[in-house]
Design a protein around this ligand. Structure first.
Ligand SMILES: [Mg+2]
Length: 389
């Protein structure tokens, strides 16, 4: 079998512009799907996928590791978010092809299921403690058993008590509303300095969050490690890290005990599986990052099913993203806060190319997904200085 084409397909998923990847083969009707969505830079990723096409054109798509090595090692430069997202999407598509050729779901090719179902969590929010509690309860009513929010404001290098008090009030209201049986996950979004992260973390600890995510930026594991030492709450990080090499220092510094590699960025299904295995040595778990589309969710689920140290899977609440659901023919259903093992060969989810064609990305300034991209990169401190958002 030979690879005959690698095509990026861009579509407006409502909350994000999605970058899907289609890898075609010389076998009639046999092709694979992947996802390489990156906030704010979809055209760059699509261009990189096009640049990579000739690098593995004509190769056997079932030689996934061989193709991964070509894409990763050729061309001199090591890669960042654009290159590794492109590789990640292609890697997923190659696994999809291999599964379809063999008539098995991908998890069967990765060693088989280590569990019966995948626990998933989604997001909630609200401008006041009352609205946060209300939104949290609405998720619980729909069967979610774990929910995540960003509980901290834009914060200075050092800051006063106002933000701490507001954040505590929000978390207290949510914990009192949902009770002890629902897990609350807190994402600090890399907004804080280590010194402020410790202060916030101590305020949150009486409410027993499942984990504290990105308490500071992950680019300096030496700086994150003191937060982990100062708090009882487990630290999670990794959505902005790539490959085993990106996670090595996190583990060696004991900066986090839950790793959050992203199947769309960290190197695909192949690499997330390896990162998870590396984490096992340190008794750390994985909770793959995934605020993207249904193909990304499907890729994550395949890995989650086989990793003994899997903790929980992030996903967008399908009810809040109907546009994204319409871009695939058969999104994986969420049943009582879990996704059951898909039974179809490959990823188990197919892109609806006609639906994607009906929702081309709109790169003009009024588009919702673009507005979100600007907001992501547009946070400001009260004095007008630029903040991590
Ligand atoms: Mg996050």
């Amino acid at each position: 079998m030979k690879i005959t084409a690698i095509k990026p397909i861009l579509a407006d998923g409502g909350h994000r512009i999605f970058v899907f990847v289609k890898v075609e083969t010389d076998q009639p009707g046999l092709f694979g799907w992947g996802e390489a969505s990156v906030e704010g830079k979809p055209r760059a990723v699509a261009g990189c996928i096009q640049d990579m096409e000739p690098m593995i054109m004509g190769e056997d798509p079932t030689r996934i590791e061989y193709c991964w090595q070509i894409l990763s090692r050729s061309g001199f430069w090591r890669m960042g978010i654009i290159g590794l997202s492109a590789i990640s999407g292609i890697d997923q598509a190659l696994w999809d092809i291999k599964g379809k050729e063999l008539g098995k779901p991908i998890y069967e090719l990765l060693g088989g299921r280590a569990r019966d179902k995948v626990r998933v969590y989604t997001h909630f929010g609200g401008a006041t403690p009352e609205l946060m509690a209300q939104d949290a309860l609405s998720k619980v009513a729909k069967g979610w058993t774990a929910i995540k929010t960003v509980p901290v404001p834009i914060t200075g290098i050092v800051d006063g008590p106002r933000g701490l008090r507001q954040a505590e009030a929000g978390l207290r209201a949510v914990r009192e509303a949902v009770g002890e049986d629902i897990d609350i996950l807190l994402d600090l979004h890399g907004r804080l300095t280590p010194q402020m992260a410790i202060q916030y973390g101590r305020v949150f600890e009486p409410y027993h969050p499942l984990f504290l995510e990105e308490p500071c930026q992950a680019e300096n594991p030496d700086a994150m490690a003191p937060i982990a030492r100062a708090l009882v709450t487990p630290i999670a990080t990794g959505e902005r890290l790539f490959t085993r090499w990106g996670f090595r220092e996190i583990l060696e510094n004991k900066a986090a005990s839950v790793l959050q590699p992203d199947c769309c960025h960290a190197g695909g299904i192949s690499e997330v599986r390896k990162i998870a295995t590396m984490a096992e040595v340190y008794y750390a778990g994985i909770a793959p990052h995934n605020p993207y589309g249904p193909i990304s969710t499907a890729a994550c689920v395949q890995v989650d099913l086989v990793c003994p140290n899997f903790v929980i899977q992030e996903m967008i609440d399908p009810d809040t993203a109907p546009e994204a659901q319409e871009l695939v023919k058969d999104p994986l259903p969420v049943v009582n806060g879990h996704i059951l093992p898909p039974t179809k060969p490959g990823l188990g989810v197919e892109i609806d190319e006609a639906a994607c064609a009906r929702r081309p990305p709109d790169f003009s300034s009024g588009n919702k997904a673009n507005t979100m991209a600007r907001r992501y990169y547009g946070a400001e401190h009260p004095d007008g200085g630029i903040a991590d958002s």
